[in-house]
Design a protein around this ligand. Structure first.
Ligand code: ADP
Ligand code: MG
Length: 134
């Protein structure tokens, strides 16, 4: 069954990300589903902090994949063509079991993700409320 929680601020979403980091600290893939502004990148900031990463995670704009230590942050928002996504060779990232891969817009490449990927859905339920289901 999916568990969901409503966060009421950026800080709370980041805190949830910090807790999530424990589940992937030895490696794993997390898929983040949700519209623009739902808080995906904010959650990644918390995950990074929970992993002890000091660099600030930013929205990748034109860069699709960013690496922060053992954390790979992938944002497929701008890629609408499945072939372009396949060309990235993302599978290589989770072939190394120690890698932590967090993906925004995973729905751009349905079926590409490993079976054991953790799926998280973020929904805007108010100006500063986000429902996060795991
Ligand atoms: P996404 O990556 O899903 O597009 P971002 O994390 O970049 O979303 O942005 C989330 C936006 O929502 C930010 O502008 C942030 O200020 C705002 N926001 C408001 N409430 C929350 C909350 N509870 N959690 C996360 N972000 C929130
Ligand atoms: Mg984002």
């Amino acid at each position: 069954m999916r568990k969901s929680r409503v966060t009421k601020s950026i800080k709370e979403t980041q805190k949830l990300g910090e807790e999530l980091a424990k589940r992937v600290q030895n490696g794993g893939v997390i898929c983040l589903y949700g519209d623009l502004g739902a808080g995906k990148t904010t959650l990644v900031q918390g995950i990074a902090r929970g992993l002890g990463i000091k660099q600030k995670v930013v929205s990748p704009t034109f860069i699709i994949v960013r690496k922060y230590g053992q954390l790979w942050h992938v944002d497929l928002y701008r890629l609408r063509n499945l072939l372009e996504i396949k060309d990235l060779g993302l599978e290589e990232l989770w072939q190394d079991k120690r890698n932590i891969v967090v993906v925004e817009w995973p729905e751009r490449a349905v079926g590409l993700w490993p079976k054991n990927a953790i799926k998280i859905t973020l929904e805007t339920v108010g100006e500063s409320e986000r429902k996060i289901s795991i």
